[in-house]
Ligand binder design. Structure first.
Ligand code: CLF
Ligand code: SF4
Length: 529
């Protein structure tokens, strides 16, 4: 439980005692006002944006969300983000963090190949945005804490706004410095902020954070976690009161905060968080983190899903996070940072064309409208069909973006997984795999792990597939389907599902529940983190 106790009030204001610490002033009214959609989540809202559209939220919120790949699941099929590593320092220590430089092979938060000055960062963003019109969001997400490096962070934002005003600004912070910088955040039109909140109970926090550096002093233990907790809650309330869309990231650490994240979800919802992103701990020993070295394991994907499901009905959940590097570039799930290293930038022809970018975004809008219409049409057919009404299955999809079935089975590095029933078809997660097809030929040794990754699904929708993987999938009970090439994913999944239901009803196919058996075979655990 939070250790704070209320000790005094003024109208609209409460002072929170922090033991021997300086009292903090918290505006309680902002907690109940909340931040638009973040407070409207409820049962049945599976994750942000899976079907959210302008009809589900105020126009000004939709405007902020529609092109942001992290804040809208649907947008992540079409729009890209990039991070610039201008913020190397941090004001706290997390037991899961070891910031690494010059590492281009690891894909996880905190890792970068090159640190940048604000000037270099702006040059890079403009070059990327010229080459990739779908790049709509610039985030500062490490390798340290964006707000522990306020000058570098805000200089970058300021210079970028002058040069490329159509790019949305986003930052990520541990929250310690946040309350002091909310004005500055608003001044720079940063309308998306992520706070990493792993606990609302400082006793749990003391197991995650060995120290913080605050008010020119190093604090440890419960005292450190108490200050961090209070600052995070205050910062969240201040941001949502100012209309800044605020997402909360939580790292799921089995045995430490797995039972506790429901409390976190409830508390951040109360304070207006727009989304809650529960991510698995990454703790390989070779990363050199405290948790990695002490054998603290990360959760299986099954455990992660169980905690996410337990939080349903609270703050809306994000399930499409890819735990990006601090210098990631591209669509979520892809990383094109190697194409934009400083030496390559010098040789690049940069043509920042606002009209061209706008034309791309208009085209995406048309695609999204068509996608929604196709989905609604397929749903109408699905709900009218009487056969096998109560079935619900998972369908894996091979896609390279655009919300369509358009990737060859052998080229997939990440399947998207949709849950499909007569009432809905929505994204529930992704499964990373090693690419099966290498240099034009299938790698037989790779195939079993690829099949295992999706063996809880009833079908996999692909653009093309060879005979060998087709046979292996059939043996595993996963139907390979290449009949929907180029179609929108949800429509394709529903069309296949309707056909499957008809086959089940006619007795041509015997429906088997696959999830649990597949989980026991290790499909989920192999995919943790
Ligand atoms: Fe970057 Fe984060 Fe902004 Fe997105 S990432 S600062 S909100 S633009 Fe997104 Fe990457 Fe997950 Fe972060 S997928 S790690 S949630
Ligand atoms: Fe690392 Fe971020 Fe934690 Fe700082 S706040 S120690 S950068 S994970």
């Amino acid at each position: 439980m939070p250790t704070s106790a209320l000790t005094g009030t003024q109208p609209g204001t409460t002072y929170v005692s922090m033991g021997q610490l300086k009292p903090l002033k918290i505006r309680l009214e902002s907690a109940s006002n909340g931040g638009g959609c973040g407070t409207t989540g409820g049962e049945g809202k599976a994750s942000c944006g899976s079907s959210d559209g302008p009809q589900d939220m105020p126009a000004e919120v939709w405007d902020k969300v529609k092109n942001h790949p992290c804040y809208s699941e649907e947008a992540h099929h079409h729009f890209a983000r990039m991070h610039v590593a201008v913020a190397p320092a941090c004001n706290i220590q997390c037991n899961y963090c070891n910031r690494k430089y010059d590492c281009s092979n690891e894909s996880r938060p905190g890792v970068v190949s090159q640190k940048l000055t604000p000037e270099q960062a702006v040059k890079k963003v403009v070059a990327v945005a010229s080459a990739i019109p779908q790049m709509t969001v610039l985030g500062i997400a490490g390798p340290g804490d964006a707000l522990a490096n306020p000058r570098k962070t805000f200089d970058t934002m300021r210079m970028l706004t002058a040069r490329a005003p159509d790019i949305k600004l986003c930052l990520s912070t541990n929250g310690l410095a946040l309350p002091d910088l909310v004005d500055e955040i608003c001044k720079h039109n940063i309308d998306h902020v992520t706070i990493t909140i792993n606990m609302v109970d400082p006793e749990i926090g003391a197991k995650i954070y060995p120290w913080i550096f605050w008010n020119h002093k190093r604090l440890t233990g419960i005292e450190a976690a108490t200050v961090l907790h209070q600052r995070q809650m205050l910062g969240l309330e201040m941001l949502t009161a100012r209309g800044v869309l605020t997402k909360v990231n939580s790292v799921l650490i089995p045995g430490i905060n797995d039972q506790h994240l429901m409390d976190v979800n409830r508390e951040v919802k109360k304070r207006g968080a727009f989304l809650h992103n529960i991510m698995p701990l990454i703790s390989e020993p070779e990363h050199g983190t405290v948790f990695g070295l002490t054998g603290q394991r990360g959760p299986s994907a099954q455990e992660l899903k169980a905690v996410q499901d337990a939080c349903m009905g609270g703050a809306n959940l994000m399930r499409h996070c890819r735990q990006c590097r601090a210098d990631a570039v591209g669509l979520l799930g892809e990383d094109r940072s190697d194409e934009f290293t400083l030496d390559k930038l010098d040789a690049m022809e940069v043509d920042y064309d606002l009209e061209k970018r706008k034309a791309y975004q208009d085209k995406v809008e048309q695609e999204r409208s068509a996608q929604q219409a196709a989905k609604q049409q397929a749903l109408a057919v699905a709900s009218a069909l009487q056969a096998a009404q109560d079935l619900k299955v998972l369908v894996a999809v091979a896609t390279k973006g655009g919300g369509r079935v358009n990737e060859h089975f052998g080229h997939v590095t990440e399947f998207q997984v949709y849950e499909v029933s007569a009432a809905k078809a929505h994204f529930v997660g992704h499964r990373r795999v090693d690419q099966y097809c290498q240099g034009g030929a299938g790698d037989d040794e790779q195939l079993p792990s690829v099949v295992r990754a999706i063996n809880d699904c009833h079908a996999v929708l692909v653009a093309k597939i060879g005979a060998c993987p087709r046979d292996e999938l059939m043996l595993a009970g996963v139907e390979p389907v290449d009949a929907y090439v180029g179609e929108f994913i949800e429509k394709a999944a529903l069309d296949w599902f309707n056909d499957y239901r008809a086959r089940v009803a006619s007795g041509a196919v015997l429906h088997q529940h696959r999830g649990d058996a597949a989980i026991r075979q290790g499909a989920y655990t192999a995919l943790a983190a």
